[in-house]
Design a binder for this molecule. Structure first.
Ligand code: HEC
Length: 126
């Protein structure tokens, strides 16, 4: 098989696997819809553009840190210090449930151990 065919086959396989895998996991689906474009599907980020999400402070520390980051992006308290050329937008238009699901996904994947975030946690942070 030619390399181009292999690439096309891989892309088709990914497209077929992606949505079906995410359907039962709103956090993963939300992450893929809103975050993966910058932080990548595997959380690897892009050097000098946006950080990887592995072992990151906000994904392992107090819940407020990751909630602020998702709601306010680079305008979150303490953000904007890094060497990243991109600016992270705020996602405060998402519901408390959506933000909680995405925050939980980030905090329980990519080698993070921050633990889950609830919709009430997000609500009390608004
Ligand atoms: C336009 C690109 C972009 C998008 C989209 C984006 N981010 Fe970011 N993200 C960044 C950049 C750039 C930073 C570094 C921000 C800074 O310090 O100003 C960042 C930082 C973070 C951090 C902080 C990492 C740490 O140091 O602890 C977290 C967590 C995070 N993003 C999660 C998310 C989540 C979850 C979403 C989706 C809801 C998302 N990001 C969407 C670009 C993006």
């Amino acid at each position: 098989m030619k390399v181009t065919n292999l690439v096309a086959a891989a892309a088709l396989a990914a497209a077929a696997a992606g949505p079906s895998l995410s359907q039962d996991n709103p956090g993963k689906a939300g992450y893929e819809a809103h975050c993966a474009v910058c932080h990548q599907y595997d959380g690897g980020g892009v050097p000098f553009m946006q950080p990887e999400l592995f072992a990151r402070p906000r994904a392992n520390g107090p819940k407020g840190g990751v909630i602020d980051m998702i709601m306010l992006g680079s305008k979150a308290p303490g953000a904007g210090q890094g060497e990243y050329s991109n600016e992270m937008p705020g996602f405060d238009f998402l519901s408390n449930e959506e933000i909680a699901a995405i925050a939980t996904y980030v905090r329980t994947n990519f080698e993070n151990n921050g633990g889950p975030v609830t919709a009430d946690d997000v609500k009390s942070r608004r």
